[in-house]
Design a protein around this ligand. Structure first.
Ligand code: PRP
Length: 179
């Protein structure tokens, strides 16, 4: 695929479907963390819209931190190298961590982060991912709270970008070739 000739192909997950997904995930998470105050860790930048919608839907005691990792650069395939732009700050020992990701693709980003959080002494680590593209997986990752499986297509919108474009779109779109 020539990356300079990409356009929005079609809606993969609509605004209404995203809302229903977030509500379902929030119900599952609220049930499982009853009586606890999890620390939600959003993986920037892609997760910012999903996390914001999720916490408003959760409406339960929780704390929020962010990390910023990047593996894609400006292309549509993972570079295979995870760059830590901003790591976790503060003491996470004995905390119940819920990682919030927009998408798990090769799994390298989240696997890297999970190893770091284990080393820092988290009591538990679970993963909530809006999208899962299992066809590209390179490491075994268990998604505890999954929004939707998606096919092997490059997707944008609802926080996800292509070369920093399209994050603002309210739905998830697949990118296709220009005619
Ligand atoms: C994307 C996405 C995930 C990661 C998933 O981030 O937000 O964090 O890639 O891919 P992987 O499973 O193959 O590691 P990206 O590197 O594009 O940075 P961004 O979130 O700032 O756009």
């Amino acid at each position: 695929m020539k990356e300079q000739h990409l356009k929005l192909a079609r809606v993969l997950i609509s605004k209404e479907e995203l809302r229903a997904i977030v509500e379902r995930l929030a119900t599952e998470i609220r049930r499982d963390y009853q009586g606890r105050t999890p620390l939600l860790v959003g993986v920037l930048k892609g997760s910012f819209i999903f996390l914001a919608d999720l916490v408003r839907c959760l409406n339960m005691p929780l704390e929020i931190e962010f990390v910023r990792l990047a593996s894609y650069g400006a292309g549509t395939t993972s570079s295979g190298r995870v760059r830590v732009i901003q790591g976790i700050s503060g003491d996470i020992r004995h905390r119940d961590i819920l990682l919030v990701e927009d998408i798990v693709d090769t799994g390298l980003t989240i696997s890297h982060l999970m190893q770091t959080l284990h080393r820092k002494g988290a009591a538990s680590i679970r993963l909530c991912a809006l999208l899962d593209k299992p066809s590209q997986r390179k490491v075994d990752i268990k998604v505890d709270y999954l929004g939707s499986l998606i096919p092997d297509e490059f997707v944008v919108g609802y926080g996800l970008d292509y070369a920093e474009q399209y994050r603002y779109l309210p739905a998830i779109y697949a990118l296709g070739k220009e005619d």
